[in-house]
Design a protein around this ligand. Sequence first.
Ligand SMILES: C[S@@+](CC[C@H](N)C(=O)[O-])C[C@H]1O[C@@H](n2cnc3c(N)ncnc32)[C@H](O)[C@@H]1O
Length: 401
Amino acid sequence: MTVTVIGIDGGPLPDGAEEALRSAKLVVGARRHLRAHAPADARTLELGSLDSALGALSSLTAEENGVVLASGDPGFFGMLRVLREKGIRCSVLAATSSVQRLMARVGRPWDDVSVVSAHGRDLTPAINVCRARSAVVVLTAPGAGPAQLGSGLTGWRRTMIVGEDLGGANETVTTLAPAEAAERTWREPNIVLCLSDPDGVPARGWRAGGEPVPPAGWALHEDEFAHRNGMITKAEVRAVAVSKLAPRPGTLVWDVGAGSGSIAVECARLGAATIAVESDEAQVVRLVTNAAGHGVDVRVEEGAAPKALRELPKPDSVFVGGGGSEVVTACAHVGASRVVVALAALDRVTSTRAALSSAGYEVEGVQLSANRLAELPGGLSRLEAANPVMLISGVRKEGKS
Ligand SMILES: C[S@@+](CC[C@H](N)C(=O)[O-])C[C@H]1O[C@@H](n2cnc3c(N)ncnc32)[C@H](O)[C@@H]1O
């Protein structure tokens, strides 16, 4: 049995495709691809049920040939993976990927662009990657398309470029704001390029998909942030807090009572989308400066929690750096997987613990007091104590939402 996977991009079929189709006993593909390319005498199977298509391909005898028609480059988020998973060895005749085609239409290099797929999965991680990174292509699916993406990106400074039916008779490329995309209906198939700066020229890189996550080093020294008179979560405490927040690409972290925004910046550097909530205008300025200085995108919500939290998208993790028990209680009920609260006042430990625990979290706490090495005259060393901090953290128990 020989199975040939033929990529289709709207242009002429790749070399060797006609021959493979002529000798095919069975041709598998989406309806539109079968209509356009399957020979009249071949048995065809529409790709609705993947299992029956894979079963039929596996049942071909040694002398029989099969063809799979797939969009773009079948090796890129395409059919090749499932075929290989089933143990079906294939020869591949690739066409141009929809991503390559869209980027060519836009006339922008794409070695820095992250590509994420919402195919057969929750769209939220893809939205969070678009919130966090400056250039992302989303492979969409019906119900997880440009409208849903646009609605998730409202509140972030982004431009969306939607490519519909690329290479097809109805090819359209539309540039618009997320709020506009959210209001429209879109033709299938489509993909979306999401940019923070549509006119920006990306710096020359060395790695496909943009700068690496994680970055070189984290739990940065306080000197790397603008802050007011040492009012910043110290590096040692930040290291533990960030580890408990578990920021990573695809997640959203809130930093509530963000101050200098050092927690939000650290989480953004680790690839998470971030929202910093801060009521003090001067702190907001520092926060914006710190995010820009570290080259990350932190969405800043100027306002007082808990009111300022009401319209925000649901986070995966929340850090509470300030705000009092009302804020802790509100944060405990937003449905995040993890909540971390930093407290200077011991009197608030019990109520914080109770708030997290009654909201369905497994709670733990630790007091952190770092003593840094400092110099004494004569080349001697001493310890310099930083104020102790209590970190109370909650991880949501299985089954609670
Ligand atoms: C399962 S992925 C396959 C990607 C494919 N292997 C490629 O290289 O383009 C499907 C994604 O490609 C998009 N897509 C496929 N053909 C397209 C086209 N002609 N125009 C726009 N998007 C297309 C679909 O909407 C979806 O987002």
